[in-house]
Ligand binder design. Structure first.
Ligand code: APR
Length: 398
């Protein structure tokens, strides 16, 4: 069996790439380790930037998101109980669309099925071979039977835990990684969101985020210890803690109810370079992970897919190799910008346990300060030290 592009992974990156290539007459096959039901059931990101929505339009799978997604023209940041709105639309002329990755995945699966796509679910032991030769191969087992697919190119869209990245030799692959000293406890519930827009909250007991998937489905997060267990978070405990961290005027509006899903997710930054080796391309989480604070993960994956689809269309239609050659550098330029932004926002909003009382927001020590300062050890604004205040026996510079 032969295909032009073998795609490993049927997450949003793999499915979107498959659809865009197919619409441009490029034959492809997707191999996915899990079942379709499992892939559809994963609760992940939910904020689509304008570029991602535009790409979904090109992929002819944006009808439902346009109908059901919630256009947000801004977001709120809360410090010391005071809310500050950032007007995306006024400042940039752009807004974001709140629409769950789960729903996007369903739309992509439906669009692929409508075009008779070849997606092989429950493909076991997927392996990549000869990625730096002319005819790379994919092998796998399905129902115990071995299979082989030769390809012109392979797209590794198999997420952080996938196998594609491992096909790049150690002598070539460079990995950058940082783990954060906290995690996010997340809860999904069919309750009315506490606010029409997202609220990012900097609280003396840790960050929290009020998000949503629709006008009737809320998604909330609480900063928690890095080694926390989801079993420690009963629904009651989650709602009580969330309520405590909310700005006072929002507490009465918090609608509670049984959780649909709960999780504890450690935060990580990760970049693998290069994103192309021979005839293998990496896209999405296979090449990079950002802490979720900036809502960049899914949008970066979509951006990779945009550049990769353009490179492959250029190659198969016009024999162009320039976009293939520049793919890695083009993507990494954007990836590193998103890493810097996500790290900065994470530092600004979270409590860093290793900083102890020194790192707690000033209000926690009974003093209101005029200027906030981020607690991230490596925050770009960490050097904003001017005055010194003293209270409860501790001294700190601001
Ligand atoms: N063989 C086949 N498929 C695999 C393998 C493997 N060895 N390993 C992983 N996969 C599949 C996973 O089961 C999953 O369905 O690859 C898919 C990868 O999907 P995602 O993890 O969702 O990654 P991606 O498509 O890059 O999506 C972008 O950015 O920040 C995030 O939330 C965001 O998950 C989203 C991601």
């Amino acid at each position: 069996m032969h295909t032009q592009v073998g795609i490993v992974g049927a997450g949003p990156a793999g499915l979107l790439l498959s659809q865009l290539l197919d619409l441009n007459g490029i034959d492809n096959v997707v191999l996915e380790r899990q079942t379709a039901v499992y892939v559809q059931g994963r609760i992940r990101a939910g904020v689509l930037e304008a570029g991602t929505v535009a790409l979904a339009g090109q992929a002819q799978c944006d009808a439902r998101m346009i109908r059901e997604g919630l256009a947000h023209t801004g977001t709120e940041f809360c410090f010391d109980g005071t809310r500050h709105r950032i007007d995306f639309d006024g400042l940039t002329g752009k807004s974001v669309l709140v629409y769950g990755q789960t729903e996007l995945t369903k739309d992509l699966m439906a669009a692929r099925a409508a075009r008779g796509a070849t997606i092989i679910y429950e493909a076991e032991d997927v392996a990549l071979h000869d990625v730096d030769r002319d005819k790379p191969r994919l092998t796998w087992r399905k129902d115990g039977e071995p299979h082989t697919l030769t390809c012109d190119f392979i797209a590794g869209c198999d997420g952080f835990h996938g196998v594609s990245r491992q096909a790049i030799p150690d002598s070539v692959l460079r990995v950058y990684e940082k783990t954060f000293p906290f995690a996010w406890a997340g809860m999904l519930a069919d309750t009315r969101p506490v606010s029409d827009e997202l609220i990012y909250i900097n609280h003396e007991d840790g960050f929290s985020l009020c998000s949503m998937r629709s006008t009737t489905r809320s998604r909330y997060y609480l900063q928690c210890p890095v080694d926390d267990d989801v079993a420690n978070w009963s629904d009651d405990r989650f709602w009580t803690e969330l309520s405590r961290r909310l700005p006072a005027e929002s507490r009465d509006g918090l609608e509670t109810g049984p959780s649909l899903e709960k999780s504890v997710t450690p935060l990580r930054s990760f970049v693998a370079e290069p994103m192309r080796h021979g005839r293998l391309f990496l896209a999405g989480d296979a090449a990079h992970i950002v802490p979720p604070t900036g809502a960049k993960g899914l949008n970066l994956a979509a951006s990779d897919v945009h550049y990769l689809s353009q490179a492959l269309i250029g190659y198969f239609r016009n024999n162009r190799v320039d976009l293939i050659d520049s793919y890695s550098a083009t993507c990494l330029h954007r990836v590193w910008k998103a890493q810097r932004f996500s790290n900065w926002l994470t530092g600004l909003m979270h409590l860093y346990p290793e900083n102890g009382d020194f790192g707690r927001p000033p209000a926690a020590c009974g003093t209101r300060l005029h200027r906030r300062f981020p607690r991230g050890a490596d925050s770009p604004r960490g050097k904003l030290c001017r005055a010194t205040v003293s209270n409860r026996g501790c001294q700190r510079s601001i």
